[in-house]
Design a protein around this ligand. Structure first.
Ligand code: B4P
Length: 191
């Protein structure tokens, strides 16, 4: 069974690695960021509610995000495992995820933390801004997202470390090199 989280600062490469892990371990990758972006593109009610948060780099309120995740984790394809990318991002989301998994009789087995310094992530996000034009990749919003990450999400690593679930992976190097390190971490048993 594989129930994984992938964490790291904005632009660390979570989405990039999550897709590769999903293929390699045959589990669905669930990205809250992708779910929000596709709802914005489809102009759904959820999309209208979350757009201003994504555009400004702030977090979507926990109540909305948690319900999205609860709904996704109740679907049949995640019964044998999943990889959550970009969730949880706040302590209240950690508690909520614990509750949902406990209801299902499941536990997490690995939390992969991608370690990349601020200069590198800013460089990557500027590059992505040129290539993809995402609304949250402007210089001001990149700064805001890094700040929000440091204040609200970085402290979660200690919570999972205390549970013996954290595997820190050097996120520098080619996508393939990082992927091999992530796969090696997943192959190790939780401490
Ligand atoms: P996300 O979609 O999670 O955005 P991200 O942190 O920028 O993405 P990621 O780290 O996955 O970077 P990527 O692989 O693309 O969230 C966006 C927004 O949604 C948030 O700001 C928030 O508003 C909202 N949100 C999402 N989840 C939420 C939650 N739980 N609670 C509240 N709000 C939430 O990689 C970045 C770039 O680097 C890419 O261009 C890629 O090509 C490049 N790259 C990747 N690996 C590389 C490598 N090894 N070398 C060089 N470049 C690399």
């Amino acid at each position: 069974m594989t129930r994984l989280l992938i964490m790291g600062p904005p632009g660390a490469g979570k989405g990039t690695q999550a897709e590769l892990v999903a293929k390699r371990f045959a589990v669905p990758a669930i990205s809250t960021g992708d779910i929000f972006r596709s709802n914005i593109a489809d102009q759904t009610e959820l999309g209208r509610e979350v757009k201003s948060y994504l555009d400004s780099g702030r977090y979507v309120p926990d109540e909305l995000t948690n319900e999205v995740v609860r709904d996704r984790l109740s679907q049949a394809d995640v019964a044998d495992g999943f990889l959550l990318d970009g969730y949880p991002r706040t302590l209240s989301q950690v508690d909520f995820l614990d509750k949902v998994l406990a209801e299902q009789g499941h536990e997490l087995d690995h939390v992969i933390v991608l370690d990349v310094d601020v200069d590198e992530v800013v460089k990557r996000l500027h590059q992505r801004a040129i290539q993809e034009g995402r609304s949250d990749d402007s210089p001001e919003v990149i700064r805001e997202r890094q700040e929000v990450y440091l204040q609200q999400t970085a402290p979660l690593i200690a919570v999972y470390r205390d549970r013996g679930l954290v595997f820190e992976v050097d996120g520098l190097g080619s996508v393939e090199e990082v992927q091999q390190r992530v796969a090696d971490a997943i192959a190790q048993p939780p401490q």
